[in-house]
Design a protein around this ligand. Structure first.
Ligand code: PLP
Length: 421
């Protein structure tokens, strides 16, 4: 039997092992704080579910690039709420941004550049087609954001003729958000070296200080493809709808995308596309709902950040999304005495001994022996927390203790671990 060696050689991620272990421990009745799971905790806004129900009878195949009225709505949304200018005909709808990123990775033949501290799926997607990539160095001092200097240093030495940079802001796993200036500088380097950018903006409106996040396409429109979708901002991961916006300069790729879509998924489910129209019209009550969700996430993340840093645990300071990176390198000596060398080993130890699940940084571009972990701060009941937040706006320790008890105990356990020995 001959099989595709690129796919057969993909390893199950360390994340998978942690998730399986959490399931097994919970089945045994153990109380676990699952800081590993990155799904929006909030219910889907009612106008979106209502539209889905209304269109449940719609059984038609739709155009491969998506319903025209939805593409139009997304183009308006991008202009108004993300400052991204694209024509509705440059927008493509797919079953999740993950699939659209994957199809884009299949279409582009260059060398991929992934900043250290990037989403878990980019590298396996590149590997699965036998593509090449480099992880670019980043540092906790600026929340593991890629700097223009680090990018240029790499490109100056690179022997590859074409590069595709995958950027993600607000970021999974760090919670970092790129500023205008950082993007202007990165854009200048990308332009100089003719780099194509995949800008993964799936968390764009989950921004802790603004209602939206800046896009690098403002400064580098000609070679940036913007990705987004329903999963995070609209808490509808299971709906499986994402979009991508192709710049005019790359419009010759439209036919390649349409052909690949039509030979693979055909189109996204029709009722889901109708529900997505309700999301992307983005009326004031929905804007407020997303804003309240972001304020809650900000409050929870600030509580965790303050308590962990006070106890000498390193943390990125999240500005958006659901995540932060936490680090235990400063405890390396005592950790090594436990016979633990890698982040994967320490993640298993923390889960078994302290009942806290964190994901090892090695799945996010960190070296195996760097003791960094992704902490997702969404292990709470979003409906209950939203109701409580609307009554009492201050998210303090008493609020966390009452409404996010697993987050509270997880933080206590991590502090206990840091103080141990
Ligand atoms: N990009 C990032 C950074 C993500 O965190 C995720 C989901 O976890 C995705 C893309 C995929 O999202 P979708 O549900 O649209 O496929």
């Amino acid at each position: 039997m001959r099989l595709n060696k690129h796919i057969i050689s993909l390893q199950p991620s360390a994340t998978l092992e942690i998730n399986e272990k959490v399931k097994a421990l919970r089945k045994q009745g153990e109380q676990i704080t699952h800081f590993g799971f990155g799904q929006s905790p909030f219910p889907i806004f009612s106008s979106i579910t209502k539209a889905l129900i209304e269109h449940a009878g719609n059984n038609h195949y739709l155009p491969v690039n998506g319903l025209e009225s939805l593409r139009e709505e997304i183009a308006n949304f991008l202009k108004k709420h993300q400052m991204v200018l694209v024509d509705k005909n440059s927008i493509f709808i797919g079953p999740g941004s993950k699939e659209l990123l994957y199809q884009s990775i299949l279409i582009f033949e260059g060398h991929f550049l992934i900043p250290k501290g990037s989403w878990v799926s980019y590298v396996p997607q590149i590997k699965s087609k036998g593509g090449t990539y480099s992880v670019l160095e980043t540092d906790i001092s600026n929340n593991f954001k890629l700097t223009a200097t680090a990018l240029e240093e790499f490109l100056l030495k690179s022997k590859q003729s074409e590069h595709i940079l995958i950027l993600n802001s607000p970021n999974n796993p760090t919670g970092a958000v790129y500023t205008d200036l950082e993007y202007q500088r990165l854009a200048a380097v990308c332009r100089k070296y003719n780099v194509v950018v995949f800008s993964d903006e799936i968390y764009s409106q989950i921004n802790f200080t603004e209602g939206q996040s800046v896009s690098i396409s403002n400064y580098y429109p000609e070679k940036t493809i913007v990705f987004g979708g329903l999963s995070k901002v609209f808490s509808a991961g299971g709906y499986r709808l994402g979009f991508m916006a192709l710049p005019n300069e790359l419009s010759e790729l439209s036919n390649a995308y349409k052909s690949l879509f039509s030979e693979t998924f055909s189109c996204v489910s029709s009722p889901i596309q109708m529900a997505a129209i309700a999301a992307y019209t983005y009326p004031p009550d929905l804007i407020k709902y997303v804003g309240d969700s972001s304020s809650i996430l900000k409050g929870v993340s600030q509580y965790i950040f303050e308590n962990l840093t006070k106890n000498n645990i390193s943390c990125t300071n999240p500005q958006g999304a659901f995540y932060m990176m936490v680090g235990f390198d400063q405890f390396r000596e005592k950790i090594n005495l436990l016979g633990i060398e890698t982040s994967q080993q320490l993640a298993l130890y923390l889960l078994e001994k302290y009942h806290v699940a964190l994901l090892p940084g090695s799945d996010f571009g960190f070296q195996k022996n760097e003791l960094f972990f992704r902490l997702a701060f969404v292990d709470f009941d979003g409906k209950d927390v939203m109701e409580a937040y609307l009554k009492k706006v201050n998210i303090d320790e008493a609020f966390i203790k009452q409404h996010c008890p697993r987050v509270f105990s997880g933080v206590q356990k991590l502090i206990e671990f840091a103080k141990e020995g």
